[in-house]
Ligand binder design. Structure first.
Ligand code: SF4
Length: 281
């Protein structure tokens, strides 16, 4: 019997990632020189390697020593610390800021409430570039919290924001703690709509499918979250980066329904390549 393949209603490139990729390609088309991104433009090796061939070079986030005055430096959708933007502007680089507007909104809130005397609480992964960037808008003084350190002591007055790709369930748990322990707080649910809709769609297909493939970079935070959510609903879930990760076991998996979802950094062509291989069976 032919297996049914269902693609999550909301999956693949989000607005912020698409914008960053399109803008970067446009910037490169206007320059004969290499241009530089602070870290890989998006968490997808295929796209980053394609861009490299076109002269879009990813450098280490803080390693400016290889750059020369006048070089074009692209800020990716994750955003960076305020001090990084200032350094680049003050040292003669041409800055093209592709920070996702939803992340810029977090930077503005963090800066404002830090200046008003609130301790900033970021719900997210302390090692993720988006969180490192957000923390840089309050002098790197935020408390970064997630399910691993829920027992951290909180001050009396806090302003809560979230990494844009955080799970709603984690947000709810942290907010319950804040409400219990803090005298004065303001909370901005900055989980972005693209994340929210992708997570809901992933859960929907995982409930219906016998096997789910989650397509996206291994270092992609939002893809990992989709994988975790699908695992809660289905026992056969695989996180793959692209068609090359399709093993014979996956391709030949004997079932009625295969669900497919993809992280916000996964371009359409990678999703289509995976589906077309599965459809041949
Ligand atoms: S996931 Fe949301 S915040 Fe992050 S780049 Fe995409 S649209 Fe912007």
């Amino acid at each position: 019997m032919k297996r049914k393949i269902i693609l999550a209603e909301n999956s693949g490139y989000c607005f912020g990632v698409k914008r960053a990729v399109d803008e970067t390609i446009k910037i490169k088309s206007e320059s004969s020189e290499n241009i530089y991104t602070l870290g890989p433009l998006i968490h997808n090796n295929n796209v980053v390697n394609d861009l490299k061939k076109q002269g879009v070079i990813a450098i280490n986030n803080e390693n400016f020593s290889d750059l020369n005055k006048g070089d074009v430096v692209v800020i990716r959708s994750h955003g960076v610390k305020e001090s990084t933007i200032n350094y680049l502007n003050d040292n003669g680089f041409i800055v093209k800021d592709n920070t996702c507007p939803y992340v810029t909104n977090i930077h503005e809130k963090v800066k404002k409430y830090y200046s008003l005397g609130y301790k900033i609480l970021i719900i997210g992964n302390k090692d993720h570039p988006e969180v490192i960037g957000i923390n840089g808008w309050c002098n790197d003084e935020a408390i970064i919290i997630n399910l691993d350190n829920l027992d951290v002591e909180l001050p009396k007055k806090v302003c809560v924001v979230s990494q844009t790709t955080e799970k709603k369930s984690t947000w709810n748990k942290v907010l319950a703690k804040v409400s219990d322990e803090c005298k004065e707080f303001i909370a901005f649910n900055t989980i972005c709509l693209a994340t929210d809709t992708r997570q809901k769609s992933a859960r929907d297909i995982a409930k219906k499918a016998d096997m789910v493939l989650v397509i996206g970079g291994k270092s992609s935070s939002n893809t990992t979250k989709l994988y975790e959510i699908c695992k809660e609903e289905c026992s056969n879930v695989y996180h793959i980066e692209n068609k090359d990760d399709l093993t014979e076991d996956i391709i030949n998996f004997n079932c009625e329904t295969i669900g497919i979802t993809a992280g916000a950094s996964t371009p359409d062509y990678i999703i289509k390549e995976v589906i077309s291989i599965l459809e041949r069976k």
